[in-house]
Write a protein of this length. Structure first.
Length: 974
DNA sequence: GTGTCGCATTCGCCTTTGTAAACA
DNA sequence: CTGTTTACTTTGGCGAATGCGACA
């Protein structure tokens, strides 16, 4: 192993390995760091590689890690500069952690705070700090091939979930803003004025079909183009108006315009967006696509303004041809490719600008732009974009989250930013109606620079970056002429695709966009319509947030949305349609299996949903109550049913592992040890020869004791549904304690029971004031259900003493266990007593507590007085000693010792008279108050209290003693 | 290049009912 | 003498989740 240090000018200024034994210390340190690096895992390469220099490939047997460590100023400069120093070379292959953290406790914060290299242990002089250091070491030959693994901890997961949730909320807010902008009458009117007369004839057609929309969509597609311009510094409303003016805009704006157009034409339309949130799983966003992939995605797909559709003729039948484009416009979409590659290659969406929270924006924009160019230069040079240390700590999800947060904030603060940033374009929009795609290039360039700087920092979700080309926004139009009852039709006017809902998933997947949340916005509300676009729900379900939380979030938005889009449907049609759906379910083998919770039970029956809808929207609906089938359902409930049906008719996965946590299906081999199939059937199909069962047949088993905690007990004569062998550890205990083999066998197993073998818990009743107890003389109170009838649980501290004093029968309440001293210890909380004694005990407890509190107060006061006494005695003694021996510094130490000795001896009656102090103290049997005129303490004088100067206040029993100097002391005689 | 499967590894849940000495 | 507090020894086994490599 070799360790060398280099100064910043390149000359070796010192070598650790020269320091004799220090070499060993250093080696140990390096090895420690290596171990640590191995633990941390390869996924954090980007966080650390700023400290690394590329390996020398010439060394064969030896893996050489060379690092150039920046000094403090360099490190700061690096963090200021988005790209970092050009001296940095990034080693992608192997790396080590902060090799220069020589302290023993190299904790995470040291690393993550970006601490600069510490001093060489040999040389403590700051002037001699190393600016560069080269370390070479041997790597164990066996470990070369294995990548270290570090999994996310629970904390990581929690943080990731929080980020995910907040990101979702931001995107929801964003979607609502866009939806609101789509309702703008001015924009709608402007759009209408652009539509050719022959196309506007379809306005208001009640039973429109998707085919009828084709000409309109084609026209829109031909007239509105995507341009990768983001005007984040203005409100979305303004941006939308500008996009309408120029007929060019971001995919988001163009999609919003299409929605506005449909609404202008009196169609019921929604703005639909994929909420491309930060991953729910930690570190999932860190592994960006490879540079090749980035090139492919960035340069290949998002390259023309007519995204993804080569020929308008393909309307209605085209798919998303995601790989068939080339870069053709320099100003427009090549920018995206650059941005994408910059981001993807190095994970470098311009470092500390990213951390600046994007709050002020305009004056920062120039910095960002320069950073972008710097990043670009870096890419040209190295093919890598070295992140700064602080940047490295940011996960991509965090960055996206921050950007979205900033966007949501900026979008919601309409008006404020408009004033400041609007000067860029708004005047043009307002005053110059002739602006179109032929806008002077200078002006475009300005916008373009603003956009590129902003988007280069990771604005992927709403604005497209890595996931360029992915269908993120489109419209849904309600076509009453479709499907008997009408249906929501996917309309991607951006790409001139109608009714292509089945292609969205594949197109998104091709662009590495996870289709986890597809949300439709209307009426300032929102509805999750992911099911419509997702064919393999089991794949995305684990990537979605807890459904309870998500449903709760969406609940109010759903009401708004259904209020805006909820038309009425003739129930007769609906019934026929639903029957067809039911038949589909039956055909797929999903219905009517004998399980207790058959999936078919989850299907909302037409009658039921219709009635519910009637209750909810009865006032608005056209009610025809004369016949059974003439109930009115809303589009909303109909759509709910459609989505629900989709959820229940998911095709069987072809790979076994998909069944592991599948919501609908299960394979026996993937059941856990506490799960069982009950009933064992029906078999819905086969996967690799294994029968597939409905998930509803999977029952969770628990031991008898565990069911007791839930207030359930096993019915009599029930045999265990499953018997597990006890762990080896417990068996050992059994073997050591028991010699009888049969006993071992009976205790060496765990008997498990299923829900169907249970009944409500029947505990013995409390009789004659006696609490039924278990064999340990206590009551296990896991929940209220575990309390014997006729008893109550009093969770009060020290209440047992009251019950004991009143001679009332009680039992300690054991509420759980904790691990203490390496063993499980029961936790007791309060007592269980018969209900009839509850009031008496509570009353006595209150009295007892009152008394206890009073006693405690008294005790505290006594303690306080005692401490005052000690304080005052020490002051007095100190003063006394001062007066005896003067204030000579040489004897200070001995006086201190004497003080302490005197403190120990105090109080004694003789010394009380000599006390000089302020305040009140209480001695044994008397309280004393000292009144000291100012300056008394500094007077070199011993007080003398003469009898004749005393006075006594009989009313208060206070005797006042006075010295001739004016000092007085009050003594309360008890 | 992608999907599937098996193996290895890591993380985190589940387990679950003292005692003797010192001190007040 | 009795009741209370404190120190002692400070889990660890196992299943689920996950990552990775091999293979089709």
């Amino acid at each position: 192993m070799k360790v060398t240090c280099e100064s910043d000018n390149g000359n070796p200024s010192g070598s650790i390995h020269d320091a004799g034994t220090l070499a060993g210390i250093s080696q140990e340190g390096v090895n420690k760091l290596l171990r640590r690096a191995n633990r941390r895992g390869s996924s954090r390469k980007e966080e650390k590689n700023e400290y690394l220099q590329k390996n020398d490939p010439k060394t064969n047997e030896q893996v050489v890690h060379t690092m150039i460590v920046q000094n403090a100023s360099m490190a700061e400069g690096c963090s200021r500069n988005a790209v970092g120093s050009s001296q940095l070379e990034v080693d992608v292959g192997s790396y080590v952690d902060n090799l220069f953290d020589d302290s023993e406790d190299m904790n995470d914060s040291d690393w993550e705070d970006g601490s600069i290299p510490k001093l060489d242990p040999v040389d403590n002089s700051p002037k001699e700090r190393m600016k560069g250091l080269t370390i070479e070491f041997d790597e164990p030959s066996g470990s070369a091939g294995r990548k270290p693994v570090r999994r996310a901890s629970a904390e990581d997961k929690e943080i990731a979930e929080l980020v995910h949730k907040v990101h979702l909320l931001c995107l929801l807010a964003r979607g609502r803003l866009i939806d609101n902008a789509c309702d703008d009458p001015l924009i709608q009117a402007s759009l209408l004025s652009l539509v050719p007369t022959h196309l506007s004839k379809i306005s208001g057609v009640s039973n429109i079909t998707s085919n009828a929309l084709s000409p309109l969509v084609t026209w829109f597609h031909n007239n509105f183009h995507v341009r990768s311009l983001v005007r984040a510094e203005r409100s979305f409303h303004t941006a939308l108006a500008f996009a309408l003016e120029t007929r060019e805009g971001t995919p988001e704006e163009i999609a919003a315009l299409s929605v506005a157009l449909f609404r202008a034409l009196k169609f019921t339309a929604r703005f639909v967006s994929i909420l491309d949130v930060a991953s729910l799983k930690p570190e999932a966003d860190k592994c960006e696509p490879s540079s090749q992939e980035a090139n492919r995605v960035g340069g290949g797909i998002f390259s023309t303004s007519t995204l993804m559709v080569a020929n308008p003729k393909e309307v209605s039948s085209s798919s998303y041809p995601v790989k068939s484009f080339s870069c053709s416009e320099k100003d427009g979409h090549c920018e995206n490719s650059l941005r994408s590659s910059c981001k993807s290659k190095g994970g470098c969406p311009t470092s500390n600008d990213t951390q600046s929270r994007y709050s002020t924006a305009v004056d920062e924009v120039t910095d960002r732009t320069s950073n972008l160019f710097a990043c670009q230069a870096q890419l040209d040079t190295y093919g890598q974009c070295a992140p700064t240390k602080s940047q490295g700590l940011k996960r991509k999800g965090d960055l996206e989250f921050e950007m979205q947060l900033a966007m949501a904030i900026s979008a919601t603060t309409v008006g404020t930013l408009e004033n400041s940033a609007g000067s860029l374009d708004v005047s043009n929009f307002n005053g110059n109606n002739s602006l179109d795609a032929s806008t002077p290039s200078k002006r475009w360039k300005k916008i373009h620079r603003v956009e590129s700087a902003t988007s280069s920092q990771g604005l992927s979700t709403a604005l497209g970056s890595r996931k360029v080309g992915s269908p993120l926004f489109w419209a849904e139009v309600y076509c009453g002429g479709e499907n008997l009852t009408g249906k929501w039709v996917h309309v991607d006017a951006l790409n001139a695709i109608i009714d292509g809902e089945q292609k969205v998933e594949d197109a998104a997947a091709a662009c590495k966009t996870a289709l986890r949340y597809v949300v439709a916005f209307a009426g300032r509300g929102a509805k999750d319509v992911t099911r419509r676009y997702c064919m393999k729900w089991y794949k995305i379900a684990p990537k979605r947030v807890n459904s309870i939380w998500w449903d709760a979030v969406l609940a109010p938005l759903r009401e708004l949305e259904s209020g805006a889009t909820g038309g009425t449907i003739n129930m007769e049609k609906l019934h026929n349609n639903a029957s067809n759906e039911q038949e589909k379910i039956k055909a797929s083998g999903m219905s009517e299996y004998p399980g207790t919770d058959s999936p078919s039970n989850h299907v909302i029956l037409p009658e039921k949903s219709g009635q519910e809808a009637f209750k909810e929207y009865g006032s608005k609906s056209e009610v025809e109550s004369s016949t059974k089938h003439s109930l009115v359902a809303t589009r909303n409930s109909l759509e709910d049913m459609e989505l629900e049906t989709r959820a229940l008719t998911e095709p069987l996965p072809t790979n076994q592992q998909a069944y592991k946590n599948h919501a609908l299906y299960a394979l026996e081999r993937w059941l856990t040890k506490c799960q069982i199939l009950h009933p064992r059937g029906p078999i819905l199909g086969y996967c690799s020869g294994h029968p597939v069962y409905p998930r509803t047949c999977v029952q969770t088993l628990k031991p008898r004791e565990r069911w007791l905690r839930e207030g359930l007990q096993v019915k009599g004569n029930e045999i265990p549904a499953k018997v597990l062998k006890r762990s080896a550890k417990l068996k050992k205990v059994q073997v050591s304690e028991e010699d009888d083999y049969e006993e071992i066998d009976s205790k060496g197993t765990i008997e498990l029971y299923g829900k169907w073998q249970l009944e409500p818990l029947c505990l013995p009743h409390a009789v004659d004031g006696i609490v039924p107890k278990n064999e340990r003389g206590q009551v296990d109170v896991w929940s209220e259900k575990c309390l014997p009838p006729g008893t109550v649980h009093l969770r009060l501290p020290r209440v047992f003493s009251v019950a004991k004093r009143l001679e009332i029968d009680y039992a300690p309440a054991m509420v759980g266990f904790e691990f203490r001293n390496g063993r499980a210890a029961p936790i007791f909380d309060g007592i269980v007593v018969c209900s009839e004694f509850k009031d008496a005990i509570l009353e006595a407890y209150a009295e007892e507590e009152e008394r206890r509190v009073a006693e405690e107060k008294k005790r505290n006061e006594a303690q306080a007085i005692s401490r005052w006494y000690q304080l005052l005695s020490s002051i007095i003694t100190r003063q006394k000693l001062k007066s005896y021996y003067g204030d000579g510094s040489s004897s200070q130490a001995s006086r201190n010792i004497q003080d302490k000795n005197n403190e120990i001896n105090a109080p004694d009656e003789s010394s009380k008279d000599d006390r000089q102090s302020t305040g009140l103290w209480k001695g044994d049997g008397e309280d004393t108050l000292c009144n000291i005129p100012s300056g008394t303490l500094v007077e070199d004088h011993e007080h003398v209290f003469l009898r004749e100067n005393e006075s006594f206040d009989a009313e208060n029993s206070v005797r006042t003693k006075r010295c001739h100097c004016g000092f007085s002391i009050q003594v309360e005689e008890l």
